[in-house]
Design a binder for this molecule. Structure first.
Ligand code: NAP
Length: 246
């Protein structure tokens, strides 16, 4: 996979799919900026990468706060001098049925999952434009494609991410910038650990490949989309769901 020496800026890199991706990219020779809300988990991932002989830097930033995001981009540019790939991976859930969802629950999920993607992409865009090349990769979800009980806020963000992904593919293709998304099904991370086991069993039964996903299943698709092998792919939403959405 052609990823060696590329600078990967990944949000939500401290845990779950983001952590797995940061470690995989580093093993493949990329230089990784691990961005997370808290410094400690991001630094722990960086320490692991460096101990294995890789190159990485940690940046603490809340993606919903533009100032922090801009400072993180500046920090990565100061360290590595370029950014080749932005992976907008950070995301949260705050589930509730429509009848019970508070305005705060709605706003917080929108601020992180939707506006956070906008904030980070806008902050990295001048670098991509100056380089004449860049890749944007966004975390959507099957839930953005077919909805989910109790996830009005989350489904809205993940559908919105698909809209932004396709818009940026159209706006930025002539500038050498691609924009794609992944739509994972149900992946074993802290996020799904919040869900009742009964619900996860139902999802497993509904999945044609007969299992839930692992963080590495998504990390490997991020890796492909980040590599030169994906240079002619833009505006796509790649399902990583064991055939759940067919
Ligand atoms: P996770 O295990 O909960 O990890 C999410 C990471 O994002 C954490 O490191 C978290 O930091 C960070 N984060 C949260 N809010 C942030 C913010 N405001 N600014 C910066 N970082 C923030 O989640 P995951 O399962 O790996 O999910 C990764 C992405 O895949 C998300 O966008 C999610 O919606 C999407 N996805 C997941 C699944 C699934 O089944 N797991 C399915 C479809 C899509 P803290 O430690 O501070 O919370």
């Amino acid at each position: 996979m052609r990823i060696k020496d590329k600078v990967i800026f990944i949000t939500g890199g401290g845990r779950g799919i983001g952590r797995e991706t940061a470690l995989l990219m580093a093993r493949e020779g990329a230089r990784v900026a691990v961005v997370d809300r808290d410094a400690a988990p991001a630094q722990a991932v960086v320490d692991e990468i460096v101990a294995a002989g890789g190159e990485a830097v940690a940046q603490a930033a809340d993606v919903s706060k533009r100032d922090g995001v801009e400072a993180a981009v500046a920090g990565v540019l100061a360290k590595f001098g370029r950014i080749d790939v932005l992976i907008n991976n950070a995301g949260i859930t705050m589930d509730s049925t429509l009848a019970k969802m508070t305005e705060d629950q709605f706003d917080r999920v929108i601020d992180i999952n939707l506006k956070g993607v906008f904030n980070c992409t806008q902050a990295v865009l001048p670098t991509f434009l100056a380089q004449g090349k860049g890749k944007i990769i966004n975390a959507s979800s099957v839930v953005g494609q077919y909805g989910n009980f109790g996830q009005t806020n989350y489904a809205a963000t993940k559908a919105g991410v698909i809209g932004m992904t396709k818009t940026w593919a159209k706006e930025l293709a002539r500038k050498g910038i691609t924009s794609n998304a992944v739509a994972p099904g149900f992946i074993f991370t802290d996020m799904t650990a919040l869900m009742p086991e009964k619900v996860l069993d139902v999802m497993k039964d509904k999945t044609p490949l007969g299992r839930l996903g692992m963080p590495g299943d998504v990390a490997k698709v991020y890796l492909f989309l980040a590599s030169d092998d994906a240079d002619f792919i833009t505006g796509q939403v790649i399902g990583v769901d064991g055939g759940l959405v067919l």
